[in-house]
Design a protein around this ligand. Structure first.
Ligand code: C2G
Length: 133
């Protein structure tokens, strides 16, 4: 069984996330998603709308996702790859090159980001439309 892993916050799940998860799953048979927990998100300078438990439940409902684990630190990836017997590490290409240190442990694939959508953009557009319909 070929196992794939990817990491992220995955807040306010949108098509950019779905496109990433769909392509990541297509690279193997089993997809593990490590979701940043609320404390690590704060370290990343992010405040998610949904807390970790909600983001975990939402991701677990996505057909491409087989398992969700917490991402608690920048340093856990090598250990995760070993513990979960990962074959392929996947990230959007906004992270191109950032995780090449994993190359002795697994294949690394950076997938093209979906243009024109982001959680920040969604929040900004919703905020701009407050009071609208
Ligand atoms: N993504 C994408 N297209 C978008 C938006 C996001 O392909 N329009 C991808 C990102 O490249 C990333 C994944 O979706 O691979 C999750 O994005 P975020 O939730 O923003 O994750 P991020 O904050 O980049 O956290 O240790 C790695 C970090 O946890 C990554």
């Amino acid at each position: 069984m070929k196992k794939v892993i990817t990491y992220g916050t995955f807040d306010l799940l949108h098509m950019g996330h779905i496109n990433l998860l769909k392509r990541a799953k297509a690279l193997g048979d089993y997809l593990v998603v490590a979701i940043s927990d609320d404390e690590f998100n704060a370290l990343k300078g992010k405040k998610a709308y949904y807390d970790y438990e909600h983001r975990k439940q939402i991701l677990e409902a996505v057909r491409y996702v087989d398992e969700v684990i917490p991402e608690k630190s920048w340093e856990q990836k090598i250990e995760d790859v070993a513990a979960h017997r990962i074959d392929v590490f996947v990230m959007g290409d906004d992270w191109e090159g950032e995780f090449d240190f994993l190359s002795p442990y697994c294949q690394i694939v950076y997938l093209e980001r979906t243009p024109g959508i982001s959680t920040t953009q969604i929040k900004n557009e919703l905020f701009a439309n407050i009071g609208g319909n």
